[in-house]
Design a protein around this ligand. Structure first.
Ligand SMILES: Cc1cc2nc3c(=O)[nH]c(=O)nc-3n(C[C@H](O)[C@H](O)[C@H](O)COP(=O)(O)O)c2cc1C
Length: 190
């Protein structure tokens, strides 16, 4: 038993294998409170979360499906159906939004990373509470019309849609990079 086991055993659960129940109100509040404890250069808190649950999930899916159908009149009906169902399985999706301050002395990259760590904390926290979770983006995370539909300001970006629910199965086994391939000792040249 290693103190690092929790990290070693972290696994995403594919969103299609997530079902109700999701976190109750107290668990969700605790999860978000914990997830917000990220390193944050300049204390900008450059993130916020959108809670997407209930009918809002299918409304967002219908919006994506309609966008795909309008933009690609010859789109495969299966692709439209996939968009329609993107937010249907998990009872709760938390969209992690990066709220960027351009031109700030804290580079935008660092602001994005702080927001990204909120997403990762949500994965870890959901697992710690006994739920399954998966970080998904897909085209919708990078689409200006979807951003408007979600109510984002021009300085905001969707970093993640974190799907959370009760795992009904496990995802495929993960292959992780070998330490020897990823850890090198740096020495000054010459
Ligand atoms: C920024 C980011 C975006 C991702 N977007 C997707 C996605 O759109 N679709 C997908 O299948 N997996 C996506 N993933 C990968 C999954 O979250 C997850 O890592 C994958 O299912 C492997 O599971 P694991 O976390 O247990 O290794 C994304 C991961 C990250 C970090």
């Amino acid at each position: 038993m290693s103190k690092l086991d929790f990290l070693l055993q972290r696994r995403s659960v594919p969103s299609r294998l997530l079902s109700a129940p999701g976190p109750d109100e107290a668990s969700l509040t605790a999860l978000v409170e914990a997830a917000l404890q990220v390193p944050d250069h300049g204390r900008l808190a450059p993130f916020r979360l959108l809670r997407i649950e209930g009918d809002a999930r299918s409304q967002l899916g219908e919006f994506l499906a309609a966008l795909t159908a309008a933009r690609q009149p010859t789109a495969d009906p299966a692709a439209i159906e996939k968009d329609r169902n993107r937010f249907r399985a998990a009872p709760l999706i938390l969209a992690v939004i990066a709220c960027l301050t351009p031109g700030h002395k804290v580079p935008e990259q660092e602001q994005l990373l702080s927001a990204g760590m909120v997403g990762y904390n949500l994965l870890l926290g959901a697992q710690a509470l006994g739920f399954g979770a998966q970080w998904l983006t897909g085209w919708a995370a990078y689409d200006a019309e979807v951003a408007r539909y979600l109510g984002l300001e021009s300085n905001e970006r969707v970093i993640a849609f974190v799907h959370i629910g009760t795992a009904t199965g496990a995802g495929p086994a993960r292959t992780t990079p070998a330490v020897a391939d990823k850890l090198q000792t740096w020495t000054a040249a010459g």
